[in-house]
Design a protein around this ligand. Structure first.
Ligand SMILES: *[C@@H]1O[C@H](CO)[C@@H](O)[C@H](O)[C@H]1NC(C)=O
Length: 312
């Protein structure tokens, strides 16, 4: 068999038991619904509130919600359809599309979380210069940087993946096209591809991780020296940012440092970062943030008012 003969892949079943399928269906469908509804609600709240829409932090938050919707949509819809009608194949093109969209939304989200940390760092450690530095122009360029960086990374990963010398069998032990699993189907030496993958992963992961670490360490050090209401409020905002960062990096660190590479455990980790994290982000921000909660209440009464006008 050669490369051209692999026109589709088959995902190995989670389990042959119908009960397990139903359980997964019952777990993933509400999570995916939360991803869509929760993140859409956050975006609508930010867009509908002039005060929030002025503020870089909330524009970043709305962009984060968009990325969460994209990240959540990489695997969940296909997984749900597969669970419903027991089909498990994906075409070669579909597989590459999943790799591209996963790496685009994942890398862009990683960059955005870093930008958000930098934004908090400027707001808390340099409050006087903050408004001049984080103007609309700067905000927009940082966002373009995130999206462009994600796109370059994703295209690079997809091109390297497409060059892999894949042989049969075409069975992937996962529920979405994942480079780690595809590499196992390679029939010859993939030394150069491995180096390219490691390079393009770490060009994003390492600088982002270091910047995050330094920003939050500086913020915490600054806030710890500050007492009173301002300090507490900053601490609580950073609390939700840090929770999101941990939820995002946790599974990545886990998968990369897990030497035993147990595919069952890897699968659970992927379910986590493909559906659970994107569903939790909006909850974390809305439950902890007074401004978002207030704006959501105003959006609700606006909607009620609108509906009442329609009825009259
Ligand atoms: C992302 O941020 C930009 C402002 O920098 C904003 O114009 C755009 O609407 C945001 N995207 C979303 C989905 O809210």
């Amino acid at each position: 068999m050669n490369v051209s003969s692999l026109t589709e892949f088959v995902f190995r079943e989670f389990s042959s038991s119908r009960t397990v399928h139903l359980f997964l269906l019952a777990l993933v469908s509400p999570l995916y619904a939360t991803v869509l509804v929760g993140n859409l609600l956050i975006m609508m709240t930010v867009w509908s509130d002039p005060k929030l829409f002025q503020c870089p932090m909330y524009l970043f938050l709305a962009n984060l919600s968009l990325l969460d919707m994209a990240l959540g949509s990489v695997a969940a819809p296909k997984l749900l359809i597969d669970l419903l009608n027991s089909g498990r194949t994906i075409s070669y093109g579909g597989c590459m599309a999943q790799i591209l969209s996963f790496h685009l939304s994942g890398a862009a989200e990683m960059l955005l979380l870093t930008v958000m940390a930098y934004d908090r760092y400027m707001a808390i450690c340099h409050p006087l210069r903050y408004t001049t530095i984080m103007n609309r122009q700067r905000c927009l360029s940082l966002l373009i940087l995130c999206w462009a960086g994600g796109l370059i990374h994703a295209v690079f990963q997809t091109v390297v993946t497409a060059q892999l010398p894949l042989c049969g069998p075409n069975v992937l032990d996962t529920f979405f096209c994942d480079i780690t699993q595809l590499k196992k189907l390679a029939c010859s030496d993939i030394y150069v591809s491995e180096i390219l993958f490691i390079f393009s992963d770490n060009v994003i992961i390492l600088p982002c991780f270091l910047t995050l670490l330094i920003s939050y360490a500086t913020i915490l050090a600054t806030l710890c020296g500050r007492f009173g209401k301002g300090g507490r409020k900053g601490l609580s905002t950073c609390g939700s940012h840090l929770t999101v960062v941990f939820l995002f990096y946790g599974p990545i660190v886990f998968v990369y440092t897990n030497p035993s590479s147990n595919s069952q455990v890897d699968k659970m980790a992927s379910v986590f970062y493909m559906v659970v994290t994107p569903a939790l982000n909006p909850l974390i921000y809305t439950l902890r943030n007074k401004e978002v909660k207030g704006a959501m209440g105003r959006l609700k009464s606006k909607c009620k008012h609108f509906l009442l006008l329609q009825l009259e």
